[in-house]
Design a protein around this ligand. Structure first.
Ligand SMILES: [Zn+2]
Length: 297
């Protein structure tokens, strides 16, 4: 704890209490919430810094390059969403179910949802339309949120909430964009995962500028409850990624890790690796009548 540090004045986005200094990374400090374990940077990046960062972020170029191999990961995730929709919304499939993928990048996950029959759209203020591979997808992806006036049956955020400066407000806003009986599905790093604990300040998710708040599982559950969601389920996020993709992504985090995978990549470049990187998958149902529930409690 460093009481004089800047992070000691930053607040947990869930508990509204000061974060305690945890470690320094670059010119940013990260603090941890003593109540829920959520980790945040302080000072948060400015809008200019964020726009500048996303304009040149290398890992997004990698995503574009490996669009095909990443498609399998999105298809697996879409099937997980389909199962969640069955549990939360009581639907047998995603045919004609409307979906909004927030922070959709070049639309890989929107495409996977469309393949399952969903009426899916995407939103991403930083996407370059020229990077979107087909015309059908281009029509369904927007940089401007005012394009979506209505509500969707469900909303997805894959690797998004950790990038937001106001995540609690984003969850409350998300709830308004979801129809009654609908759900939200989130994937994000977990600040209290075993991987995060073992790696400490070297945890992949602690990326200043880009990742602002890394929630703990209990922190995200609390944030969702406050935003008006119920029936919250959380589990570990497994990723199945090609050895070549993982090799290249490790390069964006630091070359020191790359040698670990080099032999594997040479032998079986198309190999798909099941990886647990310290992420979590959380889905929850919209509480359509929060006031009535409060009274019942
Ligand atoms: Zn907290």
């Amino acid at each position: 704890m460093n009481p004089g540090s800047a992070a000691s004045t930053a607040l947990c986005p869930v508990c509204d209490i000061p974060l305690r200094f945890a470690f320094k990374k670059g010119r940013f400090e990260y603090g941890r919430c003593p109540e829920c374990g959520t980790v945040g940077t302080h000072p948060p990046p400015t809008d200019e810094e964020l726009a500048d960062h996303y304009a040149k972020a290398e890992n997004y170029k990698v995503l574009k390059k490996y669009e095909e191999s990443y498609a399998a990961t999105y298809r697996r995730t879409a099937r997980i969403v389909k199962d969640a929709a069955k549990r939360k919304m009581g639907v047998e499939g995603l045919e004609n179910i409307s979906a909004l993928d927030v922070g959709c990048n070049i639309g890989g996950f929107v495409k996977a949802l469309l393949e399952l029959g969903a009426d899916a759209c995407g939103l991403d203020p930083y996407v370059n339309p020229d990077d979107i591979s087909c015309e059908e997808l281009k029509k369904r992806i927007s940089r401007d949120e005012s394009d979506y006036g209505g509500q969707a049956d469900f909303l997805t955020m894959l690797g998004v909430i950790e990038h937001l400066r106001y995540p609690a407000a984003a969850l409350a806003e998300s709830r308004e964009r979801i129809k009654d009986n609908g759900m939200i599905f989130i994937q994000t790093p977990d600040s209290e995962s075993a991987v995060a604990k073992i790696m400490g300040r070297r945890f992949f998710a602690y990326q200043p500028v880009e990742h602002i708040y890394i929630f703990s599982r209990r922190g995200l559950i609390k944030a969702l409850e406050r935003a008006g969601f119920v029936e919250i389920e959380a589990s570990r996020q497994w990723k199945f990624l090609s050895a070549s993709y993982v090799y290249e992504q490790l390069g964006t985090w630091g070359r020191g890790f790359q040698w670990l995978l080099w032999p594997l990549r040479k032998i079986v470049p198309g190999l798909s690796l099941p990886l647990y990187g310290g992420g979590m998958t959380v889905c929850a149902k919209k509480n359509s009548c929060p006031k009535a529930t409060e009274k019942a409690e």
